[in-house]
Design a protein around this ligand. Structure first.
Ligand code: HEM
Length: 142
């Protein structure tokens, strides 16, 4: 990821922050629509979950310019996800849903450059999380 991409992501995320609650509702509604099988893995009441997701995304976005600083938290998060029942093959649908949500939330501010920056960032993060949780082989299969 280039420094320009990191700046683009941070600027775009700051526009989502004021609507983070609605963005999280959009995200999970969409996720459960495109991947209904994962619904049962989550609690019925998603209020806390929405806050946790947006908080974690804020921490990751904030740490992008110093990737090493967020790797320990990302590794621990990935390992907790094994217990939640998450599989390596779930990561792409979560990524696609995240991009879809950002596109909806940002409207006209969503550009091809921004899409590429977020795609690259999610690729780096999810690739790292998958290899931490399931080993390098699972990551290579993605
Ligand atoms: C980069 C990708 C992801 C991020 C940033 C993320 C973030 C989070 C966070 C912050 C939590 C709160 C609990 C904790 O911190 O341990 C959580 C819980 C959870 N996530 Fe993720 N997640 C990601 C990918 C996934 C994927 C691919 C799945 C697969 C379906 C998934 C399913 C879940 C489930 C089932 C829970 C627990 C709900 C509960 O029992 O409370 N997540 N996630």
């Amino acid at each position: 990821m280039t420094p320009e991409q990191v700046t683009l992501i941070q600027q775009s995320f700051s526009k989502v922050a004021p609507i983070s609650e609605q963005a999280a509702v959009l995200f999970y509604d969409r996720l459960f629509e495109v991947a209904p099988s994962v619904r049962a893995m989550f609690p019925e009441d998603m209020t806390e979950q929405r806050k946790k997701l947006m908080g974690m995304l804020a921490a990751v976005v904030g740490g992008l310019s110093n990737l090493e600083s967020i790797l320990p938290a990302a590794s621990a998060l990935a390992k907790r996800h094994v217990d939640y029942g998450a599989k390596a093959e779930h990561y792409p649908v979560v990524g696609a849903t995240l991009l879809w949500t950002l596109e909806k939330g940002l409207g006209e501010a969503w550009t091809p450059e921004l899409a590429k920056a977020w795609t690259d960032a999610y690729g780096v993060l999810s690739g790292y999380m998958i290899s931490e949780a399931y080993g390098a082989q699972a990551q290579a299969a993605e």
